[in-house]
Design a protein around this ligand. Structure first.
Ligand SMILES: Nc1ncnc2c1ncn2[C@@H]1O[C@H](COP(=O)(O)OP(=O)(O)OP(=O)(O)O)[C@@H](O)[C@H]1O
Length: 310
């Protein structure tokens, strides 16, 4: 009965996870994960340590097999997509061959890709032309990351997978890296990256996935994720001695941090919180109310889930 719907969905689906589960022993690293990624999306995969991000990417690349459920790339298997050169990947642990030069390694990668770019172009895009003749084992951590990036973009792939790609890169390398990835996405490629840098996810991704214990806790734009956390930031200064226990009793308060004369809090209802503050006879100065940053929203969402589980 669903036969007409399936082909239509697969033609526009770059990545499809359907009820995917993967355990290591008794530990469920990925737990009933279902999601679809579409052409041209730049997607950030967030989650605390051990949330299942790397396992998800390994499943996606066919490096691990699910215990149950299905993973598809471009409507086929991961292997078919990889053999066809449709996927470029930069993995966290990707070791680089030691005794070769950067150019030799990039050349090899280009020669293995069905639709390779010229080697000089790959080197330039990754910003490693200057170190092209250097032995791979003589590179700094950030330079090695750039080489991994070059290997992931050795050819014209439709999907680029990046596991914590900017770890070890300095600020300018990061900026150059993301400018390049933006270009790739603008040309219709799908970019999926796992990161612990939430400001990168906020700035770069047009879709954010939050994984927690192998399950998808949130899926939306960064703005939607921030709104979903359901709290706003309040900060103000108080004169004199601060009665923290009175502040903790304020309505709708989620978090409270007092540092010197400055109070920072998160509230599910800032109007009610501030109103009650005046009700205590306190006169806050420099009062500011703002939305949560993605980092705070992420912490709020994952902590709420932790609290629910325990
Ligand atoms: N090869 C393995 N054997 C056994 N357990 C594993 C293996 N790989 C991962 N795990 C476990 O599976 C869970 C998910 O790990 P995974 O590496 O996918 O998380 P992650 O979100 O990428 O974490 P991080 O942010 O620390 O890189 C963790 O509990 C981890 O200990």
């Amino acid at each position: 009965m669903t036969t007409t719907a399936v082909p239509a969905a697969t033609t526009t689906t770059v990545v499809g996870f359907d009820q995917v589960t993967k355990s290591y022993g008794g530990n469920r690293a990925v737990d009933g994960l279902s999601l679809r990624l579409h052409p041209g999306e730049t997607v950030a995969l967030l989650g605390p340590n051990g949330a299942g991000k790397s396992t998800t990417l390994d499943l996606l690349l066919g490096l691990k097999q699910p215990d149950s459920g299905t993973v598809s790339l471009f409507g086929g298997t991961p292997r078919e997509a990889i053999v066809a050169g449709r996927v470029g990947a930069m993995l966290q642990s990707g070791g680089l061959m030691d005794e070769v030069t950067v150019t030799e390694l990039v050349k090899l990668s280009c020669s293995l890709h069905p639709k390779p770019y010229p080697v000089s172009e790959v080197l330039a895009r990754a910003g490693i032309t200057q170190i092209a003749d250097r032995k791979v084992n003589k590179l700094s951590g950030g330079q090695a990351q750039r080489v991994r990036f070059a290997l992931a973009t050795a050819g014209d792939s439709d999907l680029i997978i990046l596991d914590e790609p900017t770890t070890g890169m300095d600020v300018s390398a990061r900026q150059a890296f993301w400018a390049t990835m933006r270009e790739q996405a603008d040309q219709g490629r799908t970019v999926l990256f796992a990161t612990h840098y939430l400001e990168e996810a906020d700035a770069i991704a047009d879709r954010v996935l939050v994984l927690h214990r192998g399950r998808l806790l949130a899926d939306g734009t960064a703005a939607e994720i921030k709104a979903r956390a359901g709290a706003r930031r309040i900060s103000f200064d108080l004169d004199g001695e601060i009665d923290e226990s009175a502040l903790r009793a304020l309505p709708a308060l989620r978090t409270l941090d007092v540092s010197g004369q400055t109070v920072r809090a998160q509230s599910a209802d800032p109007d009610a919180t501030v109103h009650a503050l005046y009700g205590l006879g306190l006169y806050p100065r420099n009062l500011e109310v703002a939305g949560l940053g993605l980092e705070q929203a992420f912490v709020a969402i994952t902590q709420a889930e932790e609290a629910e589980q325990s």
